[in-house]
Design a protein around this ligand. Structure first.
Ligand code: ADP
Ligand code: MG
Length: 502
């Protein structure tokens, strides 16, 4: 079993409009390929290097320089396609997309318009336990990233930084199968998760490693279903494209605003112009950037500097054989093998490093216990301190050690939490700490009996009262636990108190 059963959610209906309107959304995600070198040069891709230091002659478009394809980038694109269960095209080809911009020294971008390397795939977008939507991926093509124009360093001048020029991008194009703002954000989250599992993109949205163009249209109920049946886009409304979004929150806000804007126009008897828009997070609105009529004619033509890319099925199979376990399969396995809830499995598999940490803790131990500790104690603490599992002060081995001490009955769960604090702050071997600091749980009935007797001797009135009202036994248990510094085995204390009160 590699996937959990799910049902598809209902489409989001926009409230507050005169009629019922549904949303239709398609995303074009640009993901930088994780690779040390650029797509067509050996220059570094490292983020944050001094401006214009990651630039080879070919990136700067010096005359006569020729692009040479980076095989590893191709492998990464193929790996991504396989991870999205997509068909891999053994023949693909690069085209020139011509336009002028200061951060594009070639005057064209090398991209794959007609023959992308990856065809139809799919992404399962989880909305709630047991609820998910299968969003079709139409294609993935490789292309070059552009440089950056810097406008905020000088009041009068703009600068150009070519470090990003020529970095390999994958453009991952979805079909318009996304039906609400939350689903769109969740789609990006799931895609990012898969790319990070595959190691094909670091998914760092702040650094611009992943950004999305969001296409939004509205339609009346039933129209989308007619499109799905026939494949004919005429059933859908005219779309607007919101460019360059790199925050899940803004993606949702922009879609929500855009849907309401379109509905207001349509209900007023107007029609939607197909256009490219920008989202302004300060004002919370989208505004027009250019209309379809002003759209560029890019004069695409096959790039004469590059041969068509022909890869062999055997190589694709080799890459396929080394694919890691992906989020859906891992989640299903966690549910099945450890008996945890789908929700917990989702939390533990959200990031591949988190999942690896959990598996190291759970190995040879009770899975539910391990999940409990990792989710509630460890993740809670990591979040609070701004740590990730990679920088966690408590290693998987140490946390496993704490769980073992509880399982053996050496310490109670409560002392376990104190021990966790000590290991977090001071490090060390949990078992050694317990011995050295005398934290071991007292199960010795003689010692516990003495403590119970002492408490009862000091409180004769309470003993008398408790003999009438057995519910008061809990008070004695609490006192004994306090007297023993929390180290007495609570079960033994409980039994003994009740016995002595009879
Ligand atoms: P273009 O060539 O203009 O970029 P595409 O056909 O490649 O257009 O589509 C771009 C994106 O727009 C895709 O992600 C697709 O799913 C989405 N899309 C297409 N039609 C619609 C629509 N009616 N509503 C919302 N999104 C759409
Ligand atoms: Mg497009």
């Amino acid at each position: 079993m590699s996937e959990l059963a799910y049902t598809e959610p209902k489409a989001k209906v926009i409230a507050g409009a005169k009629a019922d309107w549904e949303l239709v959304i398609g995303l074009e995600v640009h993901a930088q390929i994780a690779s040390n070198a650029k797509l067509f040069s050996g220059a570094s891709t490292r983020f944050g290097n001094a401006p214009n230091t990651n630039v080879a002659f070919v990136d700067a478009a010096m005359p006569g320089m020729l692009p040479v394809i980076n095989e590893f980038c191709v492998e990464q694109a193929v790996r991504t396609g396989l991870g999205l269960k997509a068909e891999i095209n053994l023949f693909s080809r690069f085209d020139r997309k011509n336009y002028f911009y200061p951060d594009l020294p070639q005057g064209y971008q090398i991209s794959q318009l007609y023959h992308p390397i990856v065809g139809e795939g799919e992404i399962l977008v989880d909305m709630a336990p047991g609820v998910a939507r299968k969003v079709r991926v139409e294609r993935i093509h490789m292309e070059q990233d552009a440089g950056k124009s810097v406008h905020d360093m000088d009041p009068e001048m703009s600068f150009v930084d070519l470090n990003r020029t020529g970095v390999a991008l994958m453009e991952i194009v979805s079909r318009p199968d996304i039906r609400g703002p939350g689903e769109a954000a969740e789609y990006v989250r799931k895609l990012r998760q898969i790319l990070r599992y595959l190691g094909t993109c670091d998914g760092n949205m702040q650094e611009g490693s992943m950004r999305a163009d969001v296409n939004v249209s509205v339609c009346q109920p039933g129209a989308y279903e007619r499109y799905r049946e026939s494949g004919d886009f005429k059933h859908l409304g005219t779309r607007c494209e919101i460019k360059n979004m790199n925050s899940m929150r803004f993606i949702q806000q922009a879609i929500d605003f855009e849907a309401r804007r379109q509905i207001a126009i349509l209900e007023d008897g107007g029609s939607i112009d197909q256009e490219t828009r920008l989202y302004d997070p300060v004002k919370g609105e989208t505004r027009s950037m250019r209309s379809k009529e002003e759209a560029h004619d890019y004069r695409y033509f096959p790039c004469p500097d590059l041969l068509p890319l022909e890869i062999e099925q055997a190589w694709v199979d080799e890459i396929k054989a080394t694919l890691p376990e992906l989020p859906d399969a891992k989640k299903a396995r966690f549910v099945n093998d450890f008996g945890m809830t789908e929700y917990d499995a989702g939390v533990l598999t959200a990031d591949v490093a988190n999942a690896a940490y959990f598996e190291a803790v759970a190995k040879g131990r009770d899975g539910k216990q391990a999940a409990n500790w990792v989710i509630n104690e460890l993740f809670g603490r990591l979040n609070k301190e701004g740590h990730s599992v990679e920088t966690s002060p408590v290693s998987a081995a140490q946390l496993g050690g704490i769980i073992d001490l509880i399982a053996k009955g050496d310490i109670s769960g409560k002392i376990g939490k104190e021990l966790f604090e000590i290991v977090w702050n001071e490090g060390g071997d949990p078992a050694e700490i317990v011995t050295a600091r005398g934290m071991k749980q007292v199960t010795d009935t003689g010692a516990i009996a003495a403590a119970v007797d002492e408490v009862m001797a000091a409180n004769p009135d309470k003993v008398a009262a408790a003999k009438e009202k057995p519910g008061m036994a809990g008070w004695f248990v609490g006192q004994v636990m306090k007297a023993t510094g929390g180290k007495a085995n609570p079960k033994v204390v409980n039994e003994m108190v009740r016995e002595k009160l009879q």
